[in-house]
Ligand binder design. Structure first.
Ligand SMILES: [Fe+2]
Ligand SMILES: [Fe+2]
Length: 241
């Protein structure tokens, strides 16, 4: 059975998540209320799930017409599939993405796009966002988003875990590593390692992955633990090499 829900973090981050039992995987979309009151969407979810997303948001008091900006972390169905639906609810919507992705979005959806720059703070409707390009994790155009105001990282497919979004006891790193090895979704640990090294310099209190639970208590330890895993894996590769 599939299930879906909306949760609110710190009064400002709305997470809609859909759990697909057959895949044992959850898909989340995030909506951040900026200081100006505007709503910023990070990841649209899949197009077929939009009616459910729309009604879930409405039950939390959010009308999708008020979403004026959408950040697309990479060109993939769960990250941008519902973009046409968001555009049809707000003709003035602007999509933000990696330059390669933003060209594709403008061409395919005739949406106004703004290309982001790697680690260059960008203000969207009063909210400062820092895009961190995470090339080849697991797509060429991949990026994650850091919001300094909330000390929150929206990590797209990094820190993904199978299962629901329910928070669990135990070591998140072990779970994340199991999910990496089970899914084979990363083309190379080397690129993940490079991405984590970029991410770790930011002061992060919360990590919001697209798949699986959020991480609130031990964000830095989780990042470091995953870096250690990458180092060990790469040493193994060299020895076996
Ligand atoms: Fe992806
Ligand atoms: Fe994904």
């Amino acid at each position: 059975m599939n299930s879906s829900k909306v949760e609110i973090f710190a009064d400002q981050v709305y997470r809609n998540s859909i759990f697909i039992e057959k895949l044992d995987l959850s898909f989340s979309q995030f909506f951040v209320k900026s200081p100006s009151g505007a709503l910023l969407c990070i990841e649209t979810g899949m197009r077929g799930d939009f009616p459910l997303l729309k009604s879930n948001l409405l039950s939390a008091g959010i009308d999708v017409e008020t979403v004026s900006g959408v950040i697309v972390p990479h060109f993939e169905a769960d990250e941008m599939g519902a973009l046409p639906e968001f555009i049809s609810h707000n003709k003035n919507l602007v999509a933000y993405a990696h330059p390669i992705c933003s060209h594709a979005l403008a061409d395919v959806f005739s949406v106004k796009t703004k290309p982001l720059k790697d680690e260059a703070p960008t203000t969207i409707n009063g909210e400062v966002v820092i895009p961190i390009f995470t090339k080849h994790v697991h797509q060429w155009d991949a990026l994650v988003i850091y919001l300094p105001r909330l000390k929150a990282l929206f990590s797209s497919d990094i820190f993904m875990r199978f299962g629901s979004t329910e928070e669990r006891s135990g070591d998140p790193v072990r779970d994340i590593v199991t999910s990496i090895e089970k899914s084979g979704y990363l083309p190379s640990i080397e690129y993940l390692h490079a991405a984590l090294n970029k991410i770790k310099k930011y002061e992060i209190d919360s990590i919001f992955p697209m798949h699986g639970p959020a991480i609130h208590n031990d964000a830095a330890a989780t990042i470091n633990g995953l870096i250690e895993y990458c180092v060990k894996d790469r040493q193994k590769e060299t020895v076996e090499g």
